[in-house]
Design a protein. Structure first.
Length: 296
């Protein structure tokens, strides 16, 4: 599904299934990666304390003009339904809601075809607010090289940074709000421990999700990525786009009908077909072109 209303239809079909033992799951393979699992655990157990700020810069999704010309459906409202938020970032958006939950308010700033000859978004900056007071920024693009993938989460008990092969935790000796209330210092922050947590950065991914799905079917094991949760990442991406289209802050839950209507209006005027890649002149070029058409 590319919009929330279609997600709701699929979930309704699942809930009306004739055999309650049937399993509905999604391939959110990054939920198996140890860094994200550890961060989720730290938040859930209170080890990081109440989350105050989240920043995720995901600009390592670089794509070329050749990529976008490899299929007429790519990066069009009618053919694909969106750009970087829909095609490249669903896993990032799923991890976001999985670890932090959905925000209450979203303000999206999107640039459409800034770096490529396309009609959909290829640069996004989103500001998110939670009822708890947590604020967050999500940045992504397919037009930046070299890109960055850095997730920074600041909580009462310290700060976690995930970047590259590194999981670092700068832990406050005292929760920062308590320290602020009780110290006589005027400028000095609380003392910290610098902790590097050694771990593999890649989990079982696709194989692990498939095995979990099989175990859910055969043995009743709980799915790692139940498909009923997929609506959350779709809704978050939709909300960012809807905010950019309207120039307004969007309150969640998103009005699924209003978003579907806005998307259909854009699809109605979508150019859909784009200039295709020039014909290959030799076997190597043809092979390269074939690889492009199969890539996401």
């Amino acid at each position: 599904a590319v919009h929330k209303a279609d997600c709701e239809k699929m979930i309704a079909a699942y809930e009306a299934r004739p055999q309650k033992s049937q399993v509905f799951a999604e391939m959110f393979q990054h939920r198996t990666d140890p860094p994200y699992r550890k961060l989720k655990e730290m938040i859930a157990t209170g080890e990081l304390g109440e989350v105050r700020r989240i920043n995720w810069i995901v600009t390592d999704w670089f794509r070329t003009e050749a990529y976008y010309r490899s299929g007429g459906w790519r990066a069009t409202w009618r053919g694909e339904g969106g750009g970087v938020l829909l095609n490249q970032c669903p896993h990032n958006l799923d991890l976001w809601q999985w670890m932090f939950g959905l925000p209450s308010r979203v303000r999206g700033f999107c640039r459409f075809g800034r770096f490529h000859d396309i009609e959909v978004e290829d640069e996004v900056t989103a500001y998110l607010e939670y009822d708890s007071g947590t604020t967050a920024v999500f940045v992504t693009t397919t037009g930046e090289a070299p890109g960055t993938n850095r997730l920074e989460v600041a909580g009462e008990r310290g700060k976690v940074v995930l970047e590259g092969e590194r999981f670092s935790f700068t832990r406050n000796e005292m929760a920062m709000s308590e320290y602020s209330r009780t110290t006589s210092e005027r400028f000095t922050p609380p003392a910290v421990w610098n902790v590097t947590i050694p771990m593999q950065t890649v989990g079982s991914r696709h194989r692990g999700i498939w095995q979990n799905f099989v175990s859910a079917v055969l043995d009743g094991e709980a799915p790692i990525a139940p498909a009923t949760e997929g609506i959350r990442s779709v809704e978050l991406g939709n909300a960012i786009l809807h905010s950019a289209w309207t120039g307004q802050t969007v309150t969640l839950p998103l009005d699924a009908v209003a978003y579907q209507r806005a998307l259909e209006e854009r699809a109605a005027t979508s150019r859909y077909q784009k200039p295709e890649l020039a014909p290959a002149t030799d076997d190597a070029a043809r092979a390269k072109g074939a690889d492009i058409t199969k890539s996401f």
